[in-house]
Design a protein around this ligand. Structure first.
Ligand code: DND
Ligand code: ATP
Ligand code: GLN
Length: 583
């Protein structure tokens, strides 16, 4: 016996319930035409992930329920097809939930199995992630958490959901459910022959491999084959990378879908005739569109594709037709320009060079060379006169005071004003170029180069930015224009060019050292003593720890940017601004 399954690895828009429904209907239509028996959508596909406080609005939950109803009605058109759809479900509608307190979460994180205008089963997520970027306990009730007021008999009923499709019993799980052993074991105890896991799992470098490793444990513990159905797309700071996959009961990889792109991905589950209990996936050759290949999951291609997808989706999903950025002849703006062109195409990107008295001639030369290679619209607007006018206007006030960062920041702010004026007049989104090392150290000007709506490099350390640029230049035309970044932009010493002869290293430790200290502090929460013991000079460690602490205020006012690491500034990093702790 075989079961033909289609994994709908698709890109929803958070909150666009009608658009997501239309996408689901088109996918179901196609799955039906291909004679699949089951089409599986990702976690919360109908509303998108993460819809955050939209879940507190009853009308939003009602609209999701109406969309689900429409899908249920539409399913009459697809005889023989089952649809597994991820959606929120208002707790009020979910008997026997005793909802007697306003403090209870508003919804369940659910999947429903639909066929021929009927809901055959609804499964509600048991394990709710509430760490890192996740706040699921803020929004969702868990189907196994006693403290939330569930009646004991309801726990038994809701804990495992096993559905029978064409004689194959599938245990349903939602994302975090599969990161702990119990829900899969409960599904097995309830008679599952295979597991279907629907997911919205934000990208971090190495996460595709980590998922495969963790899900292999679930397969081995239960002795069941499984499919991991994943979302794709950018949502503010989160990137969902696709890479859906299927594992045999021994945890062995059958196939993995491509990353960072939408696909309707076919799989076939076979029930052995000798032992009607045992299921396995059909031969990999028959099902995999792209081989499971460790080399294709190396860091730089993953990072580049994540940045490109995040930028494209942020721009498009927020209704912008084009982007602009300040191009300085330095590495960060060059990298952001290359990402933007790969994401949107050269005709949707505008670069503006704004020379000041401190701009080196090679900055102009390299900027011109880069835009020549990429073919984007390019303008040069001098800030020399405006800078002089500002200084003249302030001369009486500043009398007797030496020039300092005030004048440096004036230049960055003039550029910010110019770029925002171009954004207002022509409607493009301004991309900001700060990298993670700068964002950590506050090495940027508030209302100056921090102007902008999206920061592609926000989670890219400066030392990684060099590597990323070299890697992108080495790719030929695999991702767009070959060799987009002139070599000298990568090799020259970084400088803000805001005063004569300035380099970043006048104010900051060498980037290799800075980034190593930041990784220990941010990603491993190490103390000052531990970092010093790791071999870094005390004065440098103190400088980094202090700058990291005192610049929280800047980060709270900074644009979002895509998460790549275990800890991005944003949802992952919640420090008080007013902070008296010096430990
Ligand atoms: N806790 C707090 N809460 C709220 N606001 C606070 C604050 N602490 C200071 N402030 C305010 O913030 C202001 C200081 O911030 P800000 O005006 O940005 O200026 P600031 O951080 O003093 O200087 C900017 C630094 O970034 C460097 N930079 C600028 C541009 C580009 C690059 C680059 O290479 O990428 C580097 C520049 O060379 C300079 O060293 C203070 O005047 C104060 O008003
Ligand atoms: N002359 C300039 N013309 C246009 N934009 C500029 C100019 N100088 C700085 N900017 C903008 O301000 C941002 C921060 O300035 P900065 O000089 O630090 O550049 P960068 O690209 O980060 O390069 P690097 O730090 O490697 O020198 C730039 O990325 C760019 O967007
Ligand atoms: N949506 C979820 O439950 C995601 C949590 C999970 N641990 C992940 O990141 O993959």
């Amino acid at each position: 016996m075989t079961l033909s399954i289609c994994i709908a690895q698709l890109n929803p828009v958070v909150g666009d319930v009608k658009g997501n429904l239309a996408k689901a209907i088109a996918a179901a239509e196609s799955a039906h035409q291909q004679a699949h028996q089951l089409v599986v959508f990702p976690e919360l596909f109908l509303c998108g992930y993460a819809a955050e406080d939209l879940f507190f609005r009853p009308s939003f939950l009602e609209d999701c329920a109406l969309a689900l109803q429409e899908l249920i009605q539409a399913s009459i058109r697809w005889p023989g097809l089952h649809i597994l759809m991820g959606h929120p479900q208002a707790v009020d509608a979910a008997a026997p939930w005793p909802r007697d307190s306003d403090f209870l979460p508003p919804a369940w994180n659910a999947v429903s199995l639909i066929s021929q205008a009927q809901v055959l089963a609804t499964y509600r997520k048991q394990a709710l992630p509430n760490y890192g970027v996740f706040d699921e306990k803020r929004y969702f009730a868990s189907s196994t958490v006693m403290e939330q007021g569930l009646a004991a008999d309801h726990i038994e009923a809701s804990a495992a959901t096993v559905v029978d499709i064409a004689g194959v019993r599938l245990g349903l799980l939602i994302c975090e459910d599969a990161w702990v052993p119990q829900p899969a074991l409960r599904a097995k105890a309830a008679g599952a022959q295979a597991l279907v896991v629907v997911n919205a799992s934000p990208f971090v470098v190495g996460k595709p491999q980590q998922r495969a490793h963790i899900l292999a444990q679930r397969a081995q513990e239960t002795g069941l084959p499984l499919v991991y159905a994943h979302m794709v797309g950018g949502q503010d700071e989160l990137v969902f990378d696709g890479h859906s996959f299927a594992l045999q009961a021994d945890g062995g990889m059958v196939a993995m879908a491509p990353g960072f792109e939408e696909i309707l991905w076919p799989l076939v589950l076979i029930t052995d005739s000798a032992s009607a209990q045992q299921c396995r996936w059909a031969d990999a050759e028959k099902t995999q569109p792209q081989p499971w290949d460790d080399a294709s999951l190396q860091a730089w291609p993953q990072i580049w594709q994540a940045l490109v997808l995040a930028t494209r989706d942020y721009v498009r999903k927020n209704g912008f037709a084009h982007v602009l950025l300040g191009l300085s002849g330095g590495l960060d703006s060059a990298l952001v320009l290359a990402i933007a062109v790969d994401a949107l195409g050269a005709d949707k990107v505008r670069a503006v060079m704004m020379p000041s008295p401190y701009t080196a001639s090679i900055s102009l030369e390299d900027s011109r060379e880069m835009v020549r290679r990429l073919g984007v619209q390019y303008d040069e607007i001098s800030i020399r006169e405006t800078f002089e006018t500002f200084k003249l206007s302030l001369a009486a006030q500043f009398q007797g005071r030496a020039e300092d960062t005030t004048e440096e920041n004036l230049q960055a702010r003039i550029r910010g004003v110019m770029l925002m004026a171009l954004s207002n007049k022509f409607g493009g989104l301004l991309l900001t170029t700060g990298n993670k090392s700068e964002v950590a150290m506050g090495y940027s000007t508030l209302y100056g180069d921090m102007c902008g709506g999206f920061g592609p490099l926000k989670d890219v350390y400066k030392s990684d930015a060099f590597e990323l640029a070299r890697w992108r230049n080495s790719c030929g035309d695999a991702y767009g224009v070959a060799n987009p970044i002139p070599e000298r932009i990568i090799t020259r010493p970084p400088s803000a060019e805001l005063r004569e002869g300035q380099t970043d290293q006048d104010s900051l430790p060498p980037y290799d050292m800075l980034d190593a200290i930041l990784r220990l502090r941010m990603e491993q929460n190490q103390s000052r003593a531990e970092i010093v013991a790791a071999g870094f000079p005390e004065d440098r460690v103190d400088q980094v720890i202090r700058l990291l602490r005192i610049n929280e205020y800047k980060r709270r006012q900074a644009a979002p940017g895509p998460k790549l690491s275990a800890r991005v500034f944003g949802k992952d990093w919640r420090y008080p601004i007013t902070n008296g702790y010096r430990g």
